[in-house]
Write a new protein. Structure first.
Length: 75
């Protein structure tokens, strides 16, 4: 469930991103909090598509970071 009006600021791009509360995260994931990367993970992609979220590539085909603010271009 998306929490209306609640966002977090992405630390690299400074864009506001929505916050969701869901059973998607398994308790075995440490703290139970996870950031999804839908361009590179099948389950994250399915979640993003279902919730109509933007899907952004963050690792280029060359293996460098992209769309990551100041870190873009780094290995």
């Amino acid at each position: 469930m998306r929490i209306p009006g609640v966002t977090a600021t992405h630390p690299l791009t400074r864009k506001d991103i929505p916050i969701f509360v869901t059973s998607y995260v398994h308790g075995s994931y440490g703290t139970g909090v996870v950031m999804g990367v839908p361009f590179h993970d099948e389950r994250d992609c399915a979640f993003a598509l279902k919730n109509e979220l933007e899907i952004v590539q963050v690792i280029s085909e060359a293996g460098t970071m992209c769309n990551c603010g100041d870190l873009s271009g780094m290995d």
